[in-house]
Ligand binder design. Structure first.
Ligand code: GLN
Length: 239
């Protein structure tokens, strides 16, 4: 077993329909570029439970039915909850955001308790939010965040959490022009992409939490800088 950082991909067979597993590959690669070993630990729904020994947890998005199965699985064994309470970074995407929140109401009107790792509650909107989304990141030093959204849920951020970004283009949470939520080291967002491939600064902020130390800066790829500038251009944002 590697003695590097252990990155858990939680329930990719249930929640991971939009390439969210790519976030683990981004973390692994950005660590390797800094000479830090890591290991990706896949915890699918045939596992007994989520281990609490990992250093970073990722949970992706998915369909309404899969979200209910995911909550049932995660409530059976408290590994993720214990690791989060101990300060391990957790990144929840879309369906993952809803599952990590306090409650969510699905498209069929059924209400479900979430894990309560973050203070958000979700109810269905009047139509799906689908398309490119751009936000101004509200966590220190993040700058713009971009991604792709596809969800019915609309999410309110409660007093125990803060939003991850302010929406410039797209829908996001669907309330108060806000996107996502942050509580301690738990970060939730509607941005697929995968989000860490499109927003490496967010990957590095969370990796620094996991390592407990500042990371060496990496050179920017000119292609990525150009792509981000294009996604942020006013012509694209106005669409
Ligand atoms: N099922 C959820 C919704 O539609 C989440 C979708 C997703 O993860 N992309 O709101």
């Amino acid at each position: 077993m590697s003695d590097g950082l252990r990155i858990a991909v939680v329930l990719p067979d249930l929640l991971g329909t939009y390439g969210d597993r790519g976030n683990a590959l981004v973390l692994e690669r950005r660590l390797r570029w800094r000479g830090v070993d890591s290991e990706i630990v896949t915890v699918d729904s045939s596992a007994a439970a989520v281990p609490d020994s990992c250093d970073f947890y990722l949970i992706g998005g998915g369909e309404d039915v899969a979200q209910q199965s995911a909550v049932r699985f995660l409530q059976r064994g408290p590994g993720l909850q214990r690791a989060a309470a101990g300060g391990a970074p957790v990144l929840g995407i879309c369906g993952g955001l809803q599952v990590l929140g306090t409650s969510f109401v699905l498209g069929d009107g059924s209400r479900h308790e979430g894990l309560g790792l973050i203070d958000v509650s979700t109810e269905p909107g009047t139509g799906r939010a689908i398309g490119e989304i751009t936000t101004d990141g509200l966590l220190g030093g993040l700058g713009a965040l971009t991604g792709f959204e596809n969800h019915l849920g609309r999410t309110r951020v409660g007093p125990d959490s803060q939003a991850l970004g302010r929406v410039v283009r797209g829908i996001g949470n669907g309330h108060e022009q806000l996107e996502g939520a942050v509580c301690g080291h738990v970060v939730c967002t509607y941005l697929h992409g995968p989000v860490l491939a499109r927003n490496p600064a967010l990957a590095d902020v969370m990796l620094e939490w996991a390592l407990g130390a500042p990371l060496q800066q990496l050179p920017e790829f000119p292609e990525l800088t150009a792509l981000r500038a294009e996604r942020m251009s006013p012509a694209r944002v106005r669409k």
